[in-house]
Design a protein around this ligand. Structure first.
Ligand code: AQP
Length: 321
């Protein structure tokens, strides 16, 4: 079983990325042939400063390794080190109906947020399909926001196979973990860099993390009154980090009343800080060892590129090249 997942270097990863994709993907490292990449071609749709892009790629590589990506088990590379993927993108573009891309909500959402429409932003799901199909991927761990794009990848694979020959491309399956499918941000919407509502895995300082947690949106129930735990973003975030007993304790305390939201936010802050502390320590070490990080990405690119070449040759041959 080949497992594939990617993440954009469009800023520092947040806990939505962590629970939606990174952690489930790393669990799968032990169950099959794991392929993880840093999607720098994708981030050209939003990051236009070359120095920033380079720095983001480096930071993200360190972040992912610090969080537990194991290069002994998983192949890890920078997307643009495997340029074969762009050739496959063009070939797949020619079997992709316009309507399929026009229905993608993520494009419409980004335009509504004021991002200038570009062909890259519109055609992004085809590049994503190529990312997946070029490695004969079976399983793709993603957050729920990527479900539609995964369906596009499946449709494109089936269209290609219909036109050029059954079983030429593997049709991938998304793997979405229901409990963490959509992690809410500080304002309760999906946690997302473009909504500016993120809690990063590695906030610069403890003080900054606390300041962010204190911004989690709540209602205005007075301190002494009982509070409803069921629609609290504090609890939705807390249950990602705390064990069942701790969550039950907080829920009971909500119902009993007598504590203000600030009290629960402090508990959430301390729990998040503790949770990422060992990864923070690993990150500090990795930051000082750029040769190791470069070596991992280089080795990963070699391995990924060999597999990509094999599938691309199969595809080129099938289409008549
Ligand atoms: N809030 C989330 N809950 C669960 N999963 C999430 N993912 C992102 N946000 C959440 C998952 O993280 C993986 C990598 O995502 P990406 O690199 O494509 O970034 P993204 O989805 O574009 O993340 P953002 O913050 O929402 O960035 P912008 O605002 O630039 O679009 C994916 O598997 C995604 O599902």
């Amino acid at each position: 079983m080949r497992i594939l997942s990617g993440i954009q270097p469009s800023g520092r990863p947040h806990i939505g990325n962590y629970f939606g994709m990174m952690e489930p993907a790393m669990q799968l490292q032990n169950e099959g042939d794991a392929f993880f990449f840093i999607a720098d071609y994708h981030s050209l749709t939003s990051t236009h400063d070359p120095a920033v892009l380079r720095q983001n790629v480096r930071d993200l590589a360190i972040d992912f390794l610090a969080c537990g990506l194991d290069p002994e088990k998983a192949t890890f590379w920078r997307q643009s080190d495997v340029p074969e993927v762009t050739e496959l993108t063009w070939i797949l573009s020619c079997v992709t109906p316009m309507g399929l891309l026009e229905r993608c909500v993520s494009y419409k959402d980004k335009i509504e947020q004021g991002i200038k429409p570009s062909h890259g932003l519109f055609a992004y799901p085809v590049l994503q399909a190529a990312d997946i199909l070029i490695f004969d991927s079976n399983v793709v761990p993603v957050g729920k926001d990527q479900k539609q794009h995964l369906e596009v990848s499946r449709d494109i694979a089936m269209k290609f196979n219909d036109r050029y020959g059954a079983d030429l491309l593997v049709v991938p399956e998304p793997r979405i973990r229901e409990t963490t499918a959509t992690v809410p941000g500080l304002d309760g919407r999906k946690m997302s860099k473009s909504y500016d509502n993120t809690i990063n895995i590695f906030e610069e300082t403890k003080k900054k993390l606390r300041k962010k947690i204190m911004k989690v949106v709540t209602d205005s129930t007075p301190v002494e009154d009982p509070k409803n735990p069921d629609d609290s973003y504090i609890l939705q975030l807390y249950q990602l980090f705390a064990d069942k007993e701790k969550v039950a304790e907080m829920e009971a305390s909500f119902r009993a009343g007598g504590q203000g939201y600030g009290y629960y936010k402090q508990e959430l802050f301390e729990t998040i800080w503790e949770f990422f502390l060992p990864m923070r320590a690993r990150r500090e070490k990795l930051e000082k060892d750029s040769d190791y990080v470069d070596g991992v990405l280089e080795e990963g690119a070699k391995k990924a590129r060999a597999k990509a070449r094999e599938v691309l040759d199969r595809v080129r041959n099938a289409v008549g090249m």
